[in-house]
Every structure is written in structure tokens, then in C-alpha cells.
Design a protein around this ligand. Structure first.
Ligand code: NDP
Ligand code: ZN
Length: 353
């Protein structure tokens, strides 16, 4: 059987294609999307060639959907179940997963399969490996559009908070307040951050950052962000920095604004140059106890279920991220191009099917 899908035709080229409906293995599920969202990563993939050449690869890795078929060994899911699909769908039997790094199952970053090593979710149907381990049931009463933010934005933003190891009362700076950084702001607030700086400039994002718990907004277009942070902290800097956006200077700025003993959590995609610069003196000539951690979001059902409980209990509201809602698959391209052009009023588009 054939299906329609929106795909990367080659670097810099997208379009509609027809493909066979994927086959279901014994541990797997076939899912049809209910709501999907394009991601900044899709833009890096298509227009920057971030993962290399791909031909007719279906795009997308953020979806909530309905199970239409399960393999013979799947225990906990059945056709008709509504599920949250994480962007990262590891092989749970791999040695990397057993070592605690499921996102690197099969090789560095290889837990990211959708729209990378296999077809993504912008299709009438898509395949999910190890369905019991990778899919979470959508809780009753949770809006599927809001729940799509659990695929990538919430787990990635929150992982920045984990990597920076935010503790009660810590001063924190989140650099970049697109949808990922906004979820870092929300996650840092949930973890008990004290003073919470948010770096960005789009008015929508600034307002959302305040609502998610930022105490201070730093506009990088109005002066050096290190100077602004040092001025507001009596020259001391912050305990934690989360990087969720920026440019080639951001890493050095993060090191400069960090206190000795602090941690940097990076979830930003570093897209150019062969090396990252670490300023020697600001890094204590190698002895400053300024730790730098960077990681791809963890996936998996347990993680998704726990994050979904934050929506279910009302502790986290992702709906303010959804600035642009579309109804119907035919709007897929429009939604993706919004992510490419980033109009000033955009946080995140969602397509409801
Ligand atoms: P956006 O483009 O929506 O947001 C980027 C943010 O960075 C904006 O707030 C922007 O400010 C800010 N910014 C831009 N330039 C600078 C600068 N020079 N200094 C400080 N801040 C700056 O991106 P997303 O939130 O969608 O994604 C963020 C990153 O996370 C991307 O690189 C994406 O690829 C990556 N990502 C990583 C994943 C992971 O698992 N590790 C998964 C998904 C995404 P302004 O308000 O002016 O626009
Ligand atoms: Zn994404």
C-alpha cells in the first residue's frame, strides 16, 4: 500500500512523495499522526546539510499519533491507542543503552532515528521500533497539540537543565529562548532555580520566558551578554548556564559568565567550524572547576510518561509555545518554512491532522 509523505528530496530541497506504508516488525508499531511539529533540526537537516545528503527521506520527528498496528511481541499497546512519540527512539538492548546512554545506541547520536537514519513522522503512517519501550500513552484530557511538545522541546530543554545540574536557589542563565530554551527556563524553575536569566530578543519569547519563571531578560542585541550578566551579579556570574541557542561566541561567553564550580549544559546544535573555543584564563587555565556537558535528549517510554505527567497535573503548560496552528496535512510545508524563516512572532508551529 502507498502513502503520501513530506520529504527531504536532497540538500536544500523538500517536497511531497509517495512511499510504501512501512512494515511492522514483531516488537514494533505502525502509527498514524494526529499532530506533528517541524523542528529547527529539520531546518539544519535540509538547508544546512547537517547530517549529510539524504534522498527522499521523510522529515519530522515530533508527533502524537494513533497506533494502527502492533507486532506479535508487543504487550502494552494495541491499535487505537493514542501515543506520544519521542524524537529519540533507542535500541534498548544495545550496550550503549545498558551503559545509561540510550540516545547513543548503535553509535554516537544514533538513537536519533526519525528523519536521520530512517523515515520520519510527516507521513500518513510511520514506523516505531521497540514500541513498548519507546511509546507512551497520551493521558486522557491532554491536548494532542500541546503533547507534541513532549517529543522534543520539553525533553531537550529539560535535559539542558539536567546537564547543568540545577539545584535549589542556583543562579541560572539560559542562553536562547526559542521553544527549546523556553523549556529550559520552565525546567530550571521547576528544579528550584533562584535568579533565572533568559537571553533572547523576540517579544513573544521574552514574554513566555517571564511566564515560565525568568526573573531577568538579557537582550543579546543590546550589548555583550557576559557584561550584562556580570553587572547584574556584582561581577560574580552565575552557578549554571544552559545553552539552547546562540552563535560561535556563545560557548566562550558561557564559560566567562560561569562561577568556578559551575556547570554548563549545552543542548544547542553547534553547526559550524571544526573547533569550539574555550577561553583559557576564564576557564581558570584548566583549573577553574567549570564543567562543560553537552547531550542529546534521552528518549524512551518511562521518560515520556514522567514528562506527560507534568502536563496532566498542570505543572507545565506547553500550549503557549504553539503560536501557529494549522489544520490538515497540506499545511506541512508552510509550517516547516515558518521554522526556516523564523518570523518574529513565531515560537513553534503545530499541524493537526
Ligand atoms: P530557535 O532558533 O527558536 O531559538 C534560538 C534562540 O537563540 C532564540 O531565542 C534566539 O534569540 C537566540 N539567539 C540567537 N542568536 C543569539 C546570540 N548570538 N546570542 C544569544 N542568543 C541568541 O531554536 P530552537 O529553540 O528551536 O532550538 C535551539 C537549538 O536546539 C537548535 O540549535 C536546535 O538544533 C537544537 N536542538 C537540540 C536538540 C537536542 O536534543 N540536543 C533537539 C532539538 C533542537 P531571538 O529571540 O533573537 O530569536
Ligand atoms: Zn525536534
Amino acid at each position: 500500500m502507498k502513502m503520501k509523505a513530506f520529504a527531504m528530496l536532497g540538500i536544500g530541497k523538500t517536497g511531497w512523495i509517495e512511499k510504501d506504508v512501512p512494515a511492522c516488525g514483531p516488537l514494533d508499531a505502525i502509527v498514524k499522526p494526529i499532530a506533528v511539529s517541524p523542528c529547527t533540526s529539520d531546518i539544519h537537516t535540509v538547508w544546512e546539510g547537517a547530517i549529510g545528503e539524504r534522498t527522499d527521506m521523510i522529515l519530522g520527528h515530533e508527533a502524537v499519533g494513533e497506533v494502527v498496528e502492533v507486532g506479535s511481541l508487543v504487550r502494552d499497546l494495541k491499535p487505537g491507542d493514542r501515543v506520544i512519540v519521542p524524537a529519540i527512539t533507542p535500541d534498548w538492548g544495545s550496550l550503549e543503552a545498558q551503559a545509561g546512554y540510550s540516545m547513543h545506541s548503535g553509535g554516537m547520536l544514533a538513537g536519533w532515528k526519525f528523519s536521520n537514519f530512517k523515515d520520519g513522522v510527516f507521513a500518513e503512517y510511520f514506523h516505531v521500533n521497540e514500541a513498548d519501550a519507546n511509546l507512551a500513552l497520551l493521558p486522557e484530557g491532554v491536548d494532542p497539540a500541546a503533547a507534541v511538545m513532549l517529543s522534543d522541546m520539553v525533553p531537550t530543554g529539560f535535559h539542558g537543565v539536567e546537564l547543568a545540574d540545577v539545584q535549589f536557589g542556583d543562579s541560572v542563565c539560559v542562553i536562547g529562548i526559542g521553544p527549546v530554551g523556553l523549556m529550559s527556563v520552565a525546567g530550571a524553575a521547576l528544579r528550584g532555580a533562584g535568579r533565572l536569566f533568559a537571553v533572547g530578543s523576540r517579544p513573544n519569547c521574552v514574554e513566555a520566558a517571564r511566564n515560565y519563571g525568568a526573573t531577568d531578560i538579557i537582550n543579546y542585541r543590546e550589548g555583550d551578554i557576559v557584561e550584562q550578566i556580570l553587572e547584574k551579579t556584582n561581577g560574580k556570574g552565575v552557578d549554571r548556564v544552559i545553552i539552547a541557542g546562540g552563535d560561535n561566541d556563545t560557548f566562550a561567553q558561557a564559560v566567562k559568565m560561569l562561577k568556578p564550580g559551575g556547570r554548563i549544559g549545552n543542548v544547542n546544535y553547534l553547526g559550524s567550524g571544526d573547533f569550539i573555543q574555550i577561553p583559557r584564563l576564564d576557564w581558570g587555565c584548566g583549573m577553574g572547576h567549570k564543567t562543560i556537558a553537552g547531550g542529546l535528549m534521552p528518549g524512551g517510554r518511562l521518560r515520556m510518561e514522567k514528562l506527560a505527567s507534568l502536563l496532566e497535573t498542570g505543572r507545565l503548560d506547553t500550549s503557549p509555545l504553539l503560536t501557529h496552528r494549522f489544520n490538515g496535512f497540506e499545511h506541512m510545508e508552510e509550517a516547516l518554512l515558518l521554522m526556516k524563516d523564523k518570523p518574529r512572532d513565531l515560537i513553534k508551529p503545530v499541524v493537526i491532522l
